[in-house]
Design a binder for this molecule. Structure first.
Ligand SMILES: [Zn+2]
Length: 178
């Protein structure tokens, strides 16, 4: 399942785990309890935590809450994350995703990525082969759209190519139009 192919030496930065927990809002207590059963009893912003334990915890929680809430959690995540000042548009936020992802993980091992290929006429293709859930990543992209609303755009459309990480595919490919 999620994260099983990861090196057990990859770590996640505490601040981003905190952001994840905070994004769970009413599930926060539950998230903390589940993290504790995976060996993460206290969560410090400046500490690093084994990615497998973090993913294992979220897998436990997300299995219970289902895809809709998973998407909502992804959607709440950027609210709790800090953005550098040069990020001032939806496109630049999308392009910064991978860097932000890398800054919040460390250690030897392949953690996958967020690959963004900008298109023409307000389109973009995003390929995700990171071990986080598909719905979660879709929620993140929607949240970036809400946080940096593009001018003259009513909504973000996300079309998912066939093949999904949730069904064992290596990556999910999304076509974005706004
Ligand atoms: Zn998918």
């Amino acid at each position: 399942m999620i994260g099983s192919a990861l090196s057990n030496r990859v770590e996640v930065y505490g601040r981003s785990v905190q952001a994840l927990v905070n994004a769970m809002e009413f599930l926060k207590l539950k998230a903390k309890r589940v993290l504790a059963t995976h060996g993460i009893e206290t969560l410090e912003a400046e500490q690093w935590y084994p990615m497998q334990n973090v993913l294992g915890s979220f897998e436990d929680i997300l299995k219970q809450v289902g895809p809709h809430t998973t998407r909502a959690i992804g959607h709440a995540l950027p609210k709790h994350a800090a953005f550098p000042p040069h990020i001032d548009s939806f496109e630049s936020a999308l392009l910064s995703l991978d860097q932000a992802y890398r800054m919040n993980h460390r250690g030897p091992g392949n953690i996958g990525s967020y690959r963004v290929i900008p298109g023409v006429n307000r389109t973009s293709t995003v390929m995700c082969d990171n071990p986080y859930p598909c719905e979660f990543d879709q929620g993140i992209m929607e949240a970036l759209y809400d946080r940096f609303p593009p001018k003259n755009s009513l909504r973000l459309r996300i079309d998912h190519d066939p093949g999904c990480r949730a069904k064992g595919a290596h990556a999910c490919t999304y076509h974005l139009k706004w």
